[in-house]
Design a protein around this ligand. Structure first.
Ligand code: FMN
Ligand code: SF4
Length: 518
């Protein structure tokens, strides 16, 4: 049997030299006149171990990492091709604690399969979800998604089944499915990993959505910063079309569905669903006032399902395994699993898919291993640039939509950005306001003007000018942003600002004891 080596082609692995590792392995094998087969995969999501390669052995796959180009000769000398001992040998990937502790449903295939092999996809359970949906019929498919308890993974956590039902019931000769893969949140990369590592799961999820609500066309909106993802997705769409999984009579059924990709132009606000629709329609990404909701009047004024990529990519496993099996995971109203993305100053950064309910402390300290710098963790920003900063004192918060909301926090798209004790939280508060000023679409006054005024106020606080008066002004301004903004960009910017002020008052020149008593 020709030895087979799996090497990720994911952008995160490429960033640390995966292409050089692949070339070095190819060259080393050629020098030794050894036939090998190299399979390029997505990433398993253990980013601190990239480039993590795996070799197929009689005992299953054996992983090595982090491998650099320079390690390749010694790996071959040690017996890489039979999975022999070497300082970089990690053993069976599924036994690595970071992977072993996960519940991989949405990411079941990512890092394992060849992303562009339909055969591999089907061998690993692909297209079972669509088959079941076709046998259930559209209404029962929507019902199944509702019963699974799946909530939107893009930010707001809105129940996906209810959104689909609204579009299914809308009367229109044309409807659309839009996948939001703008992934602008800091520290997030789950959408990218699926696009690059398991693109057919998104195609299947969108096809099921189209079947369920009566839409024949879908658009995938991908951020321009993801050129590899655009390329892989584009190829995957071509392969699926060729195989009859897209186009007329999908999978031999009686309905049609096809997909197109649209590439964004680098604006955070274009991840907001209505700005995204404007952008697809060829206009500047400005937020639309709601109502009407996109479910009633969305893309090209037609009823539109707009979902985050992870929401759509989770639909196939819900359909194939059943709603009850999915809903069995999780806690409270947060059902199923969440691909948590652990980033920032953290020792073991990566993607960790788990049922809702782990505590924030467990995720950061235990799974993430604390900071990469070795200093104590001081703060974690959860849910992207509009999410609150959590101090270590709140690390008992369970990873659950309601528990986070009760502490003025946000699960959002599942990003966690870790900071050590060298962080200046007053500067982070200023950064949140400046980010809002830069990214504001300019449609409403509180956000357009308020974010700039807020940045100026924070500058005065940082210079120590009339601190208390300026902090009072800042709090007042935050109330205006929170309640007067048209969308969550302006509306949620106060959360990082006020959480920084509340939990780290000393960084703003306030006495922590007095601030706590207030
Ligand atoms: C400023 C802003 C940026 C957003 N960026 C994204 C994004 O990058 N990806 C995403 O899926 N949702 C993003 N959202 C949320 C979307 O508006 C929308 O709620 C989501 O796409 C709906 O899909 P879901 O129900 O599957 O989460 C953003 C919202 C706001 C206000
Ligand atoms: S809050 Fe900001 S981004 Fe949202 S509509 Fe208003 S100006 Fe645009």
């Amino acid at each position: 049997m020709t030895p087979r080596i799996y090497i990720p082609r994911d952008a995160a692995a490429k960033a640390v030299g995966a292409e050089k590792v692949a070339a070095a392995i190819k060259a080393a094998a050629a020098r030794r006149r050894q036939h090998i087969e190299i399979v390029r995969t997505g990433s398993r999501g253990l980013l601190w171990l990239e480039t993590m390669i795996e070799v197929e052995t009689s005992a299953g796959r054996i992983a090595y990492g982090p491998v650099s180009e320079a390690d390749v000769p010694s790996l071959f000398d040690a017996g890489l091709l039979i999975g022999a001992a070497h300082p970089l040998r990690l053993g069976r990937p599924e036994d690595i604690p970071f992977l072993k502790r996960q519940t991989r449903l949405t990411f079941a295939r990512c890092g394992i399969v060849d992303p562009l092999s339909l055969e591999d996809y089907r061998k690993h359970g692909g297209y079972r979800g669509l088959q079941r949906a076709l046998s259930l019929g559209p209404a029962a498919t929507v019902e199944e998604v509702t019963k699974s308890g799946l909530r939107g993974r893009g930010g707001a956590g809105f129940p996906t089944g209810i959104k689909w039902k609204t579009v299914a019931e809308a009367k229109s000769e044309r409807k659309y499915i839009v996948c939001n893969a703008d992934e602008g949140d800091s520290g997030t990369f789950a959408d990218r990993m699926i696009l690059e590592g398991d693109p057919f799961v998104l195609i299947e999820g969108m096809t099921i959505a189209g079947f369920a609500v009566g839409a024949a066309k879908g658009f995938i909106y991908i951020r321009s910063e993801y050129p590899d993802a655009v390329r892989v997705m584009d190829q995957a769409i071509g392969i699926a079309r060729e195989a009859g999984y897209l186009g007329a009579k999908v999978a031999g059924g009686s309905f049609s569905f096809d997909l197109e990709i649209r590439v964004g132009a680098g604006a955070y606000v274009c991840g907001e669903e209505t700005a995204l629709l404007e952008s697809i329609e060829g206009r500047r990404g400005m937020v639309r006032a709601k109502p009407p909701l996109p479910a009633h009047k969305g893309l090209f004024a037609k009823p539109t399902v707009i979902n985050n990529l992870i929401s759509l990519a989770t639909v196939p496993v819900i359909l194939s395994d059943g709603a009850a099996a999915y809903a069995d995971f999780g806690m409270g109203r947060s059902r199923g699993t969440m691909p948590i993305q652990i980033a920032g100053n953290v020792k073991r950064g990566g993607l960790f898919e788990a049922a809702f309910g782990l505590s924030l402390g467990e995720i950061v300290e235990d799974i993430g291993g604390g900071t990469a710098s070795g200093k104590p963790v001081r703060a974690v920003q959860a849910g992207g640039p509009l999410g609150a900063y959590f101090p270590v004192g709140l690390f008992d918060t369970p990873y659950d939509y309601e528990a986070f909301a009760a502490r003025d926090g946000l699960i959002g798209h599942g990003g966690l950005v870790v900071f050590d004790d060298s962080v200046d939280m007053a500067r982070m508060a200023r950064f949140a306001l400046e980010f809002c000023a830069i990214e504001s679409c300019g449609k409403c006054t509180p956000c357009r003007i308020g974010s700039t005024r807020g940045t100026e106020v924070m500058d005065r606080v940082l210079r120590g000018e009339r601190r208390e008066a300026n902090l009072t002004l800042l709090e007042d301004l935050c109330q205006t942003l929170k309640f007067g903004s048209l969308c969550a960009l302006g509306g949620f910017t106060p959360y990082p600002v006020l959480s920084a002020l509340k939990h780290f008052p000393e960084d703003f020149g306030r006495d922590p004891l007095n601030a706590a008593a207030e």
